[in-house]
Design a protein around this ligand. Structure first.
Ligand code: HEM
Length: 297
């Protein structure tokens, strides 16, 4: 059961991030670079709805598995008690209702003045894990804010890469005259990505310190070893991002947009593959005892 719980939590973190990042990226990075009449807009809407549907499933699975773990039973009455009488149950039932509204009802507001309200509501989704994880258990405001900003930035980076990949492949297959448009979008996204990565790093190191990891011997605890795995994967993903930033994005004039966009897509796929593993580690990390609790029982 513990492995199933961590794996489900990891999957829910990943889908939350793809949904959140796609919505934010489409609204603030891709906006104005795709003609609403174009099928792509319809495709973006369909993809958001599909991600929302999958998110409803992963969050329902995480909520039920955690309730059964708390109740140590699958009896419906015990599950109902675990959901009805715990902070976790209340918050995650609210989250399921919010996801249902955002995924099935609200997408049609995306091209209206309500779009920004929609984006703000989507950005509240990581708060539910923050308020039911180590951050709230430690009861520190700084830790809670760091945890939320960490998950939000991870979502914008991962989901942004995900929607950029679809956008780039649509532009490349369109073979239209996208002169300058691809360059403008990729450069706009790389600024958002650099900001997200900086927030992820600072908040990650802060939470690692507040969790009681010994920076001189991080491998001494399970939690510390998982952090080391995360940092290693993070640096590899930054390596792929660096290829884009410092090599491919400097060849627009010489190599031409189509070739550069093809290379950028390849590195984006590599970044995304590494990020999936980081979310897998995060799912286990959030359910591993903090070193400070291990060292002072
Ligand atoms: C320097 C690199 C990083 C460090 C040191 C780091 C560290 C941490 C720490 C200490 C936590 C809190 C775990 C807990 O006790 O609950 C955490 C949570 C998390 N991290 Fe990272 N992290 C890093 C990079 C990343 C990246 C690149 C991603 C994804 C793209 C990511 C995604 C997450 C997620 C989804 C959580 C769970 C947040 C929650 O509980 O709501 N992290 N990370």
């Amino acid at each position: 059961m513990p492995i199933l719980l961590s794996a489900t939590h990891a999957l829910d973190f990943l889908i939350t991030s793809l949904f959140l990042g796609s919505v934010v990226c489409t609204q603030f990075v891709l906006k104005g670079h795709d003609d609403p009449a174009e099928p792509m807009d319809a495709k973006t809407r369909a993809r958001t709805r599909a991600l929302g549907f999958i998110l409803f499933l992963t969050s329902s699975a995480w909520t039920l598995l955690t309730a059964s773990d708390m109740a140590e039973s699958w009896e419906p009455t015990n599950l109902w008690t675990a959901l009805g009488q715990t902070n976790f149950g209340h918050l995650w039932c609210i989250r399921l209702i919010l996801i249902a509204i955002l995924a099935f009802v609200a997408p049609r507001f995306r091209n209206t003045p309500w779009a920004k309200v929609y984006v703000v509501l989507v950005c509240t989704l990581p708060l539910f894990a923050t308020f039911t994880g180590h951050a709230s258990a430690q009861g520190s405001v700084l830790r809670t804010v760091a945890d939320y900003l960490h998950a939000l930035a991870a979502g914008i980076w991962a989901g942004g890469l995900f929607s950029l990949l679809f956008w780039l492949s649509a532009q490349l297959s369109a073979k239209g005259d996208a002169a300058g448009v691809i360059q403008a979008v990729v450069e706009r996204f790389s600024k958002v990505a650099m900001g997200s990565v900086a927030i992820i790093f600072v908040s990650g190191i802060l939470m690692t310190y507040q969790g009681g990891v010994d920076f001189l011997h991080p491998w001494a605890t399970d939690y510390g070893r998982l952090i080391l795995a995360k940092v290693a994967l993070f640096l590899l993903a930054l390596g792929a991002a660096g290829l884009n930033q410092f090599i491919h994005l400097r060849k627009w004039k010489t190599a031409g947009e189509t070739l550069v966009a093809t290379h950028v897509s390849r590195e984006v796929k590599l970044e995304l593959a590494l990020i999936v593993f980081i979310f897998a580690v995060a799912g286990f990390l959030t359910r591993t005892d903090l070193p400070l609790l291990v060292s002072s029982p």
